[in-house]
Design a protein around this ligand. Structure first.
Ligand SMILES: Nc1ncnc2c1ncn2[C@@H]1O[C@H](COP(=O)(O)OP(=O)(O)OP(=O)(O)O)[C@@H](O)[C@H]1O
Ligand SMILES: [Mg+2]
Length: 252
């Protein structure tokens, strides 16, 4: 029986002021070694705005993002791309630890633009734009892998934006960053949202979630326990699991 507090479709996604959601997860299941790591996950990724995914360590947040990105195949259920299968190719992913090429910042971004098929005559302008956006112009010739964590994450963010994605999946992108570096990443997230990108953000930082979220989906033990508009979620979470998590209590 589904938990009464859990809507089959993430309720921040309805009503739909911006039209239908970009992606619907319908009863997704992921099993490994006889264990259900994702257990009947149904939610929608809205076409715009920020959906924050919260939950304790091991809840299945990263796996959920990987399923959405198509990096792993579900054992059951399905993903629906309502705007067409093109959306599947317009998903970008930023991991907690950036994985950058052993090249300069400029070469990393240029490689991304080539990969995403940016026409040659537009590449130099787009590259300059991305460097400016990431406040990376002065770092452009530096080897990307020697940059600080915050700088590398800015490269990873603008590299993801080079794809002009419809959906941007962010897995704890500021987990090990200081407040200033975090603010820079949050500014990039806001900018992406202003440009119409739908962002799915996994974070343990309640402050960050409150600053950015339109809707929150709360996972625990591979299941969606609660989905709510952000203001309602933080004011009065309905599920005992989310209440305990936000109160800083240990959830097993
Ligand atoms: N390939 C795998 N085989 C077996 N178990 C796995 C596999 N990948 C992940 N898990 C388990 O699935 C559960 C969910 O993992 P996931 O990485 O999604 O958690 P999370 O919510 O992102 O946690 P965190 O906040 O620590 O990042 C964990 O218990 C993890 O150990
Ligand atoms: Mg994770």
């Amino acid at each position: 029986m589904p938990d009464a507090a859990v809507m089959p479709i993430c309720d921040p996604c309805r009503p739909q002021p911006n039209g239908p959601p970009a992606i619907v997860l319908d009863d997704l299941v992921l099993e490994r070694g006889g264990k259900r790591l994702i257990d009947g996950l149904s939610m929608a990724v809205p076409a715009q705005g920020v959906t924050v995914v919260m939950g304790p360590n091991g809840a299945g947040k990263s796996l959920a993002l990987r399923l959405i990105a198509g990096l792993i195949a579900p054992s059951g259920g399905r993903l629906e791309f309502l705007a067409g299968d093109d959306t599947r190719r317009q998903i970008a992913f930023v991991f907690q630890k950036p994985v950058l090429l052993r090249r300069s910042v400029r070469a990393n971004l240029d490689h991304a633009l080539r990969t995403y098929g940016t026409p040659r005559r537009e590449r130099a302008d787009r590259l300059a734009e991305l460097l400016t956006l990431g406040q990376l112009t002065d770092l452009a010739e530096r080897p990307a892998r020697v940059l600080s964590g915050g700088e590398q994450q800015r490269v990873a963010m603008v590299r993801a934006l080079a794809a002009a994605p419809k959906v941007l999946l962010l897995d704890e992108p500021t987990a090990s960053l200081d407040p200033q570096a975090t603010a820079a990443i949050e500014a990039l997230i806001r900018r992406a949202v202003d440009d119409g990108v739908s962002v799915v953000l996994v974070t343990h930082q309640a402050g960050q979630a409150q600053r950015l979220a339109d809707g929150v989906c709360f996972l625990h033990q591979g299941r969606l326990r609660e989905a709510a508009p952000a203001a309602a979620f933080f004011r009065s979470p309905r599920s005992p699991e989310a209440r305990a998590y936000l109160a800083g209590e240990l959830l097993l």
